[in-house]
Write a protein that binds this ligand. Sequence first.
Ligand SMILES: [Zn+2]
Length: 205
Amino acid sequence: MEDKIVIKKSRALGPSIIPLLDKKTIKEPIDKDPIEVTIPNKEKLVNFKSFLVRPHTKVSKKVTVKDLPVLIEAAQILYNLCYTQIEWINGSYAMHHSQIEERKPLNFFVTADMKIVINPVIINHTKVPVERVEGCVSFPFNAPIKVKRFNKIEVKYKTLEAGGTMSKIIEEGLSGVDAQIWQHECQHGEGKFIYEIEDQGRDVA
Ligand SMILES: [Zn+2]
């Protein structure tokens, strides 16, 4: 028995908390309003936690225009993961693509306030780092630890514009928690973590 639900077009645009559905279940072309989708049964709703991969040291590739279809699909998973309870971690400020992709990670991250940050670079920072406490969803069984972070940074990046195109380079200054999130996510892009990886000899399936 299948339940039909109708999702209004405006809610289906961009990353959303509506669970991702198999493309085959979309009954109408997406330019029609409203979109009709079929949810086979509630047990088959997406378990976003299952997209997480084990920590790996692969450096993420710079995003180009041809990566955008992959980015758009992955961005929805990453956004939903920001709102998923993972062991003791009660949601995240941001999630990097390398946390759900171990073979071809792309250098972008998605924040809990729906920002898609593409090819992030920290171009400047204050001189003396301060101590902050962090955890990481890629290490859900590790307790939070103290890390050194710069309180103010200057960054450049691109983002996704309406219509699914890549923006021009944006430069801005960040401080406090925003600066902290950026430093954590940029580390992910470099294949580095706040914790040591214990099983680096593991074969990637
Ligand atoms: Zn992390």
